[in-house]
Design a protein around this ligand. Structure first.
Ligand code: GRF
Length: 234
């Protein structure tokens, strides 16, 4: 009876009617950090549900109270929190409070999705090997801000986005997956931003899924996908 109640509470009555369900499956716990719109977060939440990953987005945390993505998460019953960087003037205090709240959700994976704060080395070390980021450039080119503008100014013929493991150095770390977007005549920053963002919504959920499924092997700073899947999206 106790067991039955546990099932009902976890999966709802519907899971008892379904002929196939798993008891005690090790669901991986994902926490996503955002600063604004949160479209990458949305893509991950949607893929997780639609593709039935053995994972759950357990919390979405923002450093800005006005981050639009918080509403999307809350509407889907995902826990949300705001750790306002303006309240914690010192970086170390902000990082410590952020880590305290994150650790309350016991994540297996921390996903930075448009999180616009630089995180200190102690914070990064604490989540070493379980934190991913997406950056809108073909790293190691153009770390930092204004990537598309800089790529246009440099005459790049292709731009893209990179999902990478987070290391203390900004926008560095082992590269998991990249998308490549050709630059067309007449492209401006907004056009590139839109086309690259569309690819981000494909590559970030895929990279997170690989992580969840234990399919990322890192050796000497180089990441291979253990099924041999392509790590470039064209
Ligand atoms: C994305 O372009 C991401 O690569 C960059 O910030 C943007 C965030 O967009 N780090 P969103 O909040 O996921 O919509």
């Amino acid at each position: 009876m106790v067991m039955l109640l546990a099932i009902v509470q976890k999966g709802g009555v519907d899971s008892l009617r379904s002929p196939v369900y798993t008891l005690g499956a090790p669901m991986k716990r994902i926490v996503i950090l955002i600063s604004g719109r949160g479209s990458n977060m949305e893509a991950i939440v949607r893929s997780c549900a639609e593709q039935r990953w053995a994972a759950q987005v357990v919390a979405v945390i923002a450093n800005r109270p006005a981050a639009a993505g918080l509403a999307y998460a809350a509407e889907r019953g995902i826990a949300t929190a705001v750790i306002d960087h303006q309240v914690h003037a010192e970086r170390a205090a902000f990082d410590a409070e952020l880590a305290r709240v994150i650790d309350g959700f016991a994540p297996d994976l921390l996903v930075l999705a448009g999180f616009m704060r630089i995180l200190g080395a102690d914070f990064v070390q604490h989540y070493a090997g379980r934190m991913l980021n997406i950056h809108p450039s073909l790293l190691p080119a153009f770390p930092g801000l204004h990537t598309h503008q800089r790529a246009l100014a440099a005459g790049c013929k292709a731009v893209g986005a990179t999902v990478h493991v987070v290391t203390p150095e900004l926008d560095h770390g082992p590269i998991v997956l990249q998308s490549v977007v050709p630059v067309r005549p007449g492209d401006d920053e907004a056009a590139l931003q839109a086309r690259v963002l569309a690819t981000e919504h494909t590559i970030y959920p895929l990279a997170v899924r690989w992580f969840i499924e234990g399919k990322l092997h890192v050796e000497n700073g180089l990441v291979t996908q253990t099924d041999g899947a392509s790590q470039v999206f064209l």
